[in-house]
Design a protein around this ligand. Structure first.
Ligand SMILES: Nc1nc2c(ncn2[C@@H]2O[C@H](COP(=O)(O)OP(=O)(O)O)[C@@H](O)[C@H]2O)c(=O)[nH]1
Ligand SMILES: [Mg+2]
Ligand SMILES: [Zn+2]
Length: 284
């Protein structure tokens, strides 16, 4: 028996990179695993037999439902300053999902060449690692390649923000970018094959065709999902404080919003997530 990491999943078969010889072996998922309702996913560390079967999935440190990936160290949240229009609500939606899983987020703001707008300080002030990149002037890239060292990273962001362009730039790959004009793409089959690519001593997870990640938070998780809220909520008077109702006195989150430690805009994004979960607890 050998151990390795699933780097690709193709219709019931898996490509596994052996920890021993670093070669790729194609194997099937075993029937036993199927009965256990444990489907191996890209990023899983597994016990396998060469050319045969996956026998066991080793412990997952985290996983995402859509795209299906496991054992992620960090998520690169890509957002354009323009085209498509910048949205702090969308960035916060990605951040709250990622931070709830204790995965480190890194924000990359693109299309600086098209605008004088800047959002770098907005996120720096909130304690994030953030890059605002300009391919025209080559500004904003300092230290960006280094963050990938020995880490498994994936990219998230809506279509058109420049995820593929960034991956190609960093990893010298040649994945197909998509001009915004959707008409050209109509009827075209878009691949959704998730795979791991070696990069800078770590791995980048390529998730083509995924423009979002599943909002899998419950209403009980939401109040402590943002790292900044999790830290504050320790000091809220009520243990299950949702940082929202009038009746929730001595709420540290509300206090920190007043003191501008937590940004007003972040708080109102939080309230809108909360309200949607209250209205439709099962469906975001
Ligand atoms: N002007 C400008 N265009 C960009 C930038 N990044 C990406 N693009 C363009 O935006 C479009 C979408 O990029 P793509 O990488 O396919 O976005 P994805 O859907 O997030 O993978 C393409 O036409 C890219 O050439 C940027 O920083 N500045
Ligand atoms: Mg793309
Ligand atoms: Zn509170």
């Amino acid at each position: 028996m050998e151990e390795g990491k699933i780097v690709k999943s193709i219709a019931g078969f898996y490509d596994i990179k052996s920890f021993k010889d670093h070669q790729i072996y194609r194997v099937r998922g075993s029937g036993k695993l199927r009965l256990l309702d444990m489907k191996p996913i890209v990023g899983d560390n597994v016990e396998f037999e060469k050319g045969e079967l996956i026998h066991r999935i080793l412990g997952r440190k985290n996983f995402f439902i859509r795209p299906k990936i496991a054992n992620v160290d960090q998520a690169i949240v890509v957002m354009s300053l323009v085209e498509p229009e910048f949205s702090s609500l969308l960035v916060d939606k990605f951040l709250i999902i990622i931070e709830n899983k204790d995965v480190k987020p890194i924000i990359v703001l693109t299309k600086k060449d098209l605008t004088s707008e800047s959002k770098i300080n907005f996120y720096k002030e909130q304690g994030y690692d953030v890059f605002e990149i300009n391919y025209e002037t080559n500004q904003g890239f300092d230290g960006l390649k280094e963050i990938f060292k020995h880490k498994t990273s994936f990219f998230v962001g809506q279509t058109g923000v420049g995820k593929t362009t960034l991956i190609n730039y960093l990893a010298n790959t040649n994945f197909e970018t998509q001009a915004i004009s959707k008409a050209l793409n109509r009827g075209k089959h878009t691949t959704r094959e998730v795979s791991l690519i070696d990069f800078n001593g770590g791995e980048i997870i390529d998730t083509p065709g995924f423009s979002s990640i599943e909002f899998d938070l419950t209403i009980n998780e939401l109040p402590t999902a943002f790292k900044a809220f999790r830290e504050a909520s320790v000091f809220c008077k009520y243990r299950s404080c949702k940082h929202y109702m009038e009746s929730e006195e001595d709420c540290e989150v509300k206090k920190r919003v007043k003191l501008r430690i937590i940004k007003e805009e972040r708080y109102s994004n939080y309230i809108s997530f909360l309200k949607r979960l209250i209205d439709e607890p099962t469906k975001y």
